[in-house]
Each structure stands twice: as C-alpha cells, then as structure tokens.
Design a protein around this ligand. Structure first.
Ligand code: SF4
Length: 281
C-alpha cells in the first residue's frame, strides 16, 4: 500500500475516477481533507500570481452534474467513515479526518449550483453522522458574498460545523491589484467580510511571498496588521501562509516562499491585538 500514501505535494484533483471530489493530506489540516472542486474547467474571476491551478482561465464554472457529485461524495464518505480509507492512504500520524472543504480550481461561489452542493454536503454529513470534529470549510475570495444564493449556501455551511476562509492578501487597492490581478475597492472587501461573518464563522486567509527574492515591504505588512485589527470584532482568526509549491502562472515566475521569520513576525504583530493567528510556511 506504500505507493498509495498521500503526501503534502499530492494535491491531485483526480483521485481514482472522481471528477469533483478529491482527498488530500494537507499541512494545514494535519489530517485528511476531503476536497470538492466545482471549477473543473479551471475558471476563476481572479488571477492571483501565486495561484497553483494549471491552465487557469478567467471565467466561471460550468453547471455541476449534481447526481455525480453526490455519488462521489457518498462513496468517499462511506470509505472514510465506515471503511479503511484513512489507514490505507494517510501517513502514520496524520490518520484523522479533518474536514470537507469546498476548494476548487477557481472560486467555488461562482457556481450556479453552489447552494445545491451545500445542501448535498449537509445531507451526506447527516447520513454518515459526521462528527463535530470534522469541519465543513469554504475557501473563498469573498467576491460573491453579496449574492443572496451565496449567503444561503454560507448559512447551510455554518449549520454544518462550518467555517469560511476569506481571502485578503493585502490591504490596499494597488497591492491587491498586483497580487490578485483584480481591481476591487478595499471598502467593498470589508463590507463583504462583515456580511459573511454575520452568517458563518470567518477566518481571514492571507498569502505572503517574496518577489525577486525580496521579502514583502514593511509598509505592506503594517497596513495588513491595521486592517486585521479593524476587522477583529468580525473574525475568528487569521491564517497566514506562503506559496507551498511553484506557482502555475507565468506572472508568478519571480515569486517564492517568505522566510519563516517574516511570517512569524507578521503573526506576532497581529496576535498582539489578541487575534488568534496560525501561520504555516
Ligand atoms: S482566487 Fe484562488 S483559484 Fe482564483 S486565482 Fe486566486 S488562488 Fe487561484
């Protein structure tokens, strides 16, 4: 069975014959995360320079084959909860089921079937009596939160031991434009985060990296710390990370991991305000 062991670098979206559902062992979860990819056409409305999606295109996902997705999630949950999936595929020390995670090759909430997918997750969590130690996580750039259907999905996620990881990489318009390659207003980001946090436990997730081997400027970090302090009443914490693998986009050719010291220092500055911060390079 050794060849089957999942590793941190094995984030294939094509486990066995599944199209939408993929299990991974991730550094962040310290266990098995059952991912759901709604963007099988690799389409996203943003184009973050650190994005790890090969062949990323601007756009939105196609309609989801809901019966297929439900079938895949059903067999994987059965295998994990009632079978020996974890013992056979997860490395020793990481043999635990951590979460069901909506995280695809693009922004999940762009899908017209987002609510239906959230309902399927809720239904199957119930069918397999998935416990409170297993989260339902939505990783999102937060751009679609003003849509009523996305709010409805977020409410279902929240009712199912859910968390939203809301991407905020930088705290000023120009820096966001450079990192996420999208022109958005910071006040709009703040408004959407506040709304999201009223519906579901919300963490800010933020990616930091070197450009041409140079660590991010101190002003960028200071602006980000100020924004997190401003958002403190609305968030459960801040998750800091760096690029784990080589970015897939040509725009990311000159970026690389920040030092653990940079991330630890940024985490310290935020934590001084009493905000829970996790960081992993
Ligand atoms: S939001 Fe996510 S999927 Fe979209 S470009 Fe950024 S990192 Fe890639």
């Amino acid at each position: 069975m050794k060849n089957n062991i999942l590793t941190f670098s094995d984030h294939s979206r094509h486990f066995k014959d599944c199209i939408y559902v993929y299990p991974v062992v991730s550094r962040r979860s310290q266990g098995v995360s059952l991912g759901i990819n709604l963007n099988i056409n690799n389409a996203c409305n943003w184009r973050c320079v650190y994005c790890q999606v090969e062949g990323l295109v601007r756009g939105k996902p196609e309609r989801i084959d809901l019966s297929r997705l439900k079938f895949e999630l059903d067999i994987m949950l059965d295998w994990i909860v009632n079978g020996k999936f974890i013992q056979e595929y997860a490395p020793v020390g990481l043999q635990r089921f951590n979460d069901i995670c909506l995280s695809g090759n693009g922004e999940s909430t762009l899908s017209e079937d987002f609510v239906a997918v959230c309902q399927i997750i809720a239904e199957l969590r119930k069918k397999y009596a998935v416990g409170s130690d297993v989260k339902t996580v939505l990783i999102s750039n937060g751009s679609e939160i003003l849509k009523e259907s996305v709010q409805q999905g977020l409410t279902i996620i929240s009712e199912n031991n859910g968390e939203l990881w809301f991407k905020i990489d930088r705290a000023n318009h120009d820096a966001i434009n450079l990192v996420n390659q999208v022109s958005i207003d910071l006040n709009g980001v703040i408004k959407r985060l506040k709304l999201a946090s009223s519906l579901c436990t919300t963490y800010v997730q933020s990616c930091w990296f070197r450009v041409d081997e140079i660590e991010p400027a101190a002003e960028l970090a200071a602006e980000f710390v100020d924004l997190m302090v401003q958002l403190k009443p609305y968030i459960a914490g801040v998750l800091l990370y760096s690029t784990a693998r080589n970015p897939a986009l040509p725009e990311g050719n000159n970026i690389s991991q920040v030092s653990p010291e940079f991330l630890a220092n940024l985490a310290d500055q935020i934590a001084r305000s009493g905000i829970i911060v996790k960081n992993y390079v």
